[in-house]
Design a binder for this molecule. Structure first.
Ligand code: B12
Length: 318
């Protein structure tokens, strides 16, 4: 859910609670002030206090926990009485793994638990949300579907259906797409819509200009909703490109939802498996394969595939 929608929802709940006399108007003012100062960022005011009518009279409660996802909290050592705080900090800075988080008895500390839950929410949002229609429009991509008809839950439970184009999609591709191009570029939501939103606008122009510079013809690009990697075979059977590049959202990690892959295959067709494909993985800014570099590399790999007339294990053997 967008932060503006969340703000609207919160304000609506607060208004109703006030109308029913369950909270005082002071709370409404506090909340309004915190959203006004920086819309969407309620973490600006970590010590918000609210007057609540709990049934035992008016009580003031204060929320003293700041947003756990802020960088300042994410890298903070939480081990009590650490023997060597500097070494611990150095160790923690070498990894994104959750080390140095200490514990409260046998349980995780509240800070670590909240951070874990926030990061998990980011992954779930990426899985369940749809790629922005505005982005697809800007990129000039039309949408086709796989055999998934009942949304993301079915998509997650039935990978097999995400590997086949629907009958309607096949007819659309037959009528709209240029056949036998050197390079066909497709985009699929896969397991993270956020990954496509974060990287598509950066990688796509590099792929286009890469094709132009290398003298490779490009097919008609499009977007596949509820897409799995295996759908490349169906696309190959209809469009018959030399090389197919499928940009697709990777399974999100905890708090990392913007990682995209480019799966590639030479003359993809029915019966091909992952052994016939290549993957350029972990495409994201700041720590992954930079999308601009990944685009340039994908074109070089496509040229190798064309030269060797194969991809995956076959290309490695060649
Ligand atoms: C899930 C996963 C798997 C699962 C796939 C099961 C499934 N049905 O979903 C399993 C455990 C089987 C797997 C196996 C392998 N994987 Co794997 N896998 C991943 C992971 C974590 C996510 C992939 C994803 O989100 N794909 C997108 C979704 C939408 O695709 P999908 O259609 O649901 O699933 C297909 C792809 O995931 C594909 N796939 C998965 N791994 C690989 C690897 C290669 C080389 C290819 C061509 C395809 C492929 O197989 C699935 C079925 O078609 C990535 C990590 C990452 N950062 O991407 C590594 C990753 C892609 N895998 C990797 C590797 C090396 C392999 C193996 C070769 C390991 C091995 N030595 O056996 C095998 C080969 C797999 C194969 N299909 O032939 C590497 C690829 C590195 C590279 N650039 O070559 C990655 C990046 C992990 C890593 N950092 O090392 N993998």
């Amino acid at each position: 859910m967008e932060s503006e929608q969340i703000d609207l929802l919160i304000n609506e709940v607060i208004k109703r609670l006030e109308t029913e006399g369950l909270i005082s108007s002071q709370m409404q003012k506090n909340s309004a002030r915190s959203t006004e100062s920086n819309p969407g960022d309620k973490s600006k005011d970590p010590n918000q206090s609210f007057n609540i009518n709990s049934g035992m009279g008016l009580q003031t409660i204060s929320i003293d926990l700041d947003d756990p996802t802020k960088p300042v909290h994410r890298g903070k050592p939480l081990v009590d009485n650490s023997q060597d705080p500097e070494a611990l900090l150095a160790l923690m800075s070498t990894t994104t793994a959750r080390i140095g988080v200490g514990r409260a008895g046998v349980r995780p500390k509240t800070e670590s638990l909240l951070l874990f839950q926030s990061d998990f929410a980011v992954s779930q949002d990426a899985l369940y949300k749809e790629v922005s229609q505005d982005l697809l429009k800007r990129m000039g991509l039309f949408t086709v579907n796989t055999l998934i008809t009942e949304g993301k839950t079915e998509y997650l439970l039935r990978p097999d259906l995400g590997r086949s184009l629907s009958q309607e999609a096949k007819s659309i591709l037959e009528s709209k797409c240029i056949k036998n191009p050197n390079i066909q570029i497709c985009v699929g939501d896969g397991l993270s819509a956020s990954a496509i939103e974060a990287n598509l606008e950066k990688i796509f122009p590099v792929l286009q200009s890469g094709c132009q510079i290398a003298g490779l013809s490009m097919g008609t690009s499009f977007f596949i909703q509820n897409c799995r990697v295996g759908v490349m075979n169906d696309i190959g059977d209809i469009i018959e490109p030399e090389v197919l590049i499928l940009l697709i959202g990777e399974r999100p990690g905890l708090g990392r939802a913007d990682s995209m892959s480019a799966y590639m295959a030479y003359r993809p067709q029915k019966g091909h498996s992952d052994a016939d494909r290549e993957v350029i993985c972990n495409i994201f800014d700041n720590g992954g394969t930079n999308p601009l570099e990944a685009g340039a590399y994908a074109i070089r790999l496509a040229q190798d595939m064309i030269k060797n007339k194969g991809s995956g294990v076959k290309m490695k053997m060649a």
